[in-house]
Design a protein around this ligand. Structure first.
Ligand code: NAD
Length: 355
């Protein structure tokens, strides 16, 4: 007998496929928008400029200062640009940092937002905005935050560096893995999560060898959509709480932090959520945490929080912050156990499934 559940789908228009970015003008017209502010990071300014040129008169301006963890000061600057160029919508072109900025603007001024993701972070399909103020990262969930249209074009991720492709793919897998044991999971989120993990586990090893293989890029992007969608529909847990703590309070890089922590947070919950995680064994292996750790190692992902810049002396504070306002977790967040887990992730030891 199936368990009882509540399922609420989110509105989504997804345009997926090689060359899909060419539909942008039509999408703008269908939305009744004619003055787009294009957003990017400084690193993707050139590609965003090309996109702006392709839009011609439909582009009102370019703001290329998007920054990881969505600092509120950058959002304020982007708002000024939006107002001074009299834009009537935003187009975020890039990874989760740029899409986060687009979401921050849509949340504040209720503007139309088209997202064009170029990483696998999955932010484009969640109504969640994480933003940072005074070194604290907080999240807000609101229907206005969800982009109106998402254009997934695998060609745009062809030049995503391999290291970033791998860590970003592991970031996406983290959404799916936590969705499997979320309190509010349902049969649809579970099916999407499993398929998302499967797509990424198949695609990532290929991308290490052939970063420009369109089929693998396409599979990874499909996985990112599936994993992001489940993050948007069910609650987050221990793993995301720790990543938000390390990103917001210690400025650790987002995808890399997810990649290092995922085997350890999976180990933390492995026994408490054994039945929910069981379906992953046919994809990853029977010892889920260890298999994931070995997969990350074989893909060349970072394995230590130390190499990401966290000081050992910060581990106490990180465990304290993460357990003060915890997200629900199958195994409750115990400060000493979280501290021990963080220490293993800091040093790069193999994950330990205990308790
Ligand atoms: P990112 O957006 O910061 O991108 C990392 C770097 O890669 C940037 O310099 C970017 O310009 C560059 N880059 C991106 N795509 C590229 C491409 N195709 N080719 C070359 N360079 C490229 O990293 P990210 O991991 O995608 O996003 C991290 C941010 O997203 C964090 O702030 C995180 O909190 C947020 N996020 C939010 C959610 C959510 O649902 N709210 C989900 C996931 C991530």
């Amino acid at each position: 007998m199936s368990s009882a559940f509540v399922y609420q789908s989110l509105p989504a228009k997804i345009i997926f496929g090689t060359g899909a970015v060419s539909t942008l003008t039509t999408e703008l017209q269908q939305l009744g928008r004619s003055k787009a502010l294009v957003l990017s990071t400084p690193q993707q300014q050139e590609a965003a400029q090309q996109l702006a040129q392709q839009l011609g008169p439909l582009c009102a301006g370019l703001f290329s200062q998007a920054t990881m963890h969505t600092p509120v000061e950058i959002t304020a600057q982007a708002l000024q640009t939006y107002e001074s160029c009299q834009a009537d919508c935003v187009i975020s072109f890039g990874g989760g940092s740029t899409i986060g900025l687009g979401k921050a603007l849509a949340y504040r001024i209720n503007t139309t937002h088209i997202a064009i993701p170029t990483t696998y972070a999955g932010s484009e399909v969640t109504p969640i905005l994480g933003q940072t103020e005074n070194k604290q990262k907080t999240t807000v969930r609101h229907p206005r935050i969800l982009p109106n249209v998402v254009i997934y074009d695998p060609d745009l991720s062809l030049h995503l560096p391999v290291e970033m492709s791998i860590t970003s793919g592991l970031n996406a897998m983290a959404h799916a893995i936590e969705a499997l044991y979320a309190q509010d999971r349902n049969p649809i989120s579970t099916a999407m999560a499993i398929q998302g993990v499967q797509a990424l586990v198949s695609a990532l090893p290929v991308l290490v060898k052939e970063p420009h293989q369109v089929q693998a890029r396409s599979d990874a992007l499909l996985g990112a959509w599936l994993c992001g969608t489940v993050l948007g529909t069910v609650g987050m847990s221990l793993h995301h709480k720790l990543c938000h703590t390390l990103g917001g309070s210690f400025n650790l890089p987002h995808a890399q932090t997810h990649a290092v922590l995922l085997p350890h947070s999976l180990a933390y919950n492995a026994k408490a959520a054994a039945s929910q995680l069981h379906a992953l064994q046919s994809i990853l292996g029977s010892d889920l945490a260890l298999s994931l750790y070995e997969l990350a190692q074989s893909l060349g992902a970072p394995l230590t929080l130390k190499e990401l810049g966290l000081n050992e002396a910060d581990l106490d504070q990180a465990a304290y912050i993460a357990t003060q306002t915890p997200y629900w977790s199958p195994r409750p967040l115990e400060q000493h156990a979280v501290r021990a887990m963080l220490e293993r992730a800091w040093a790069g030891s193999a994950p330990q499934t205990d308790a």
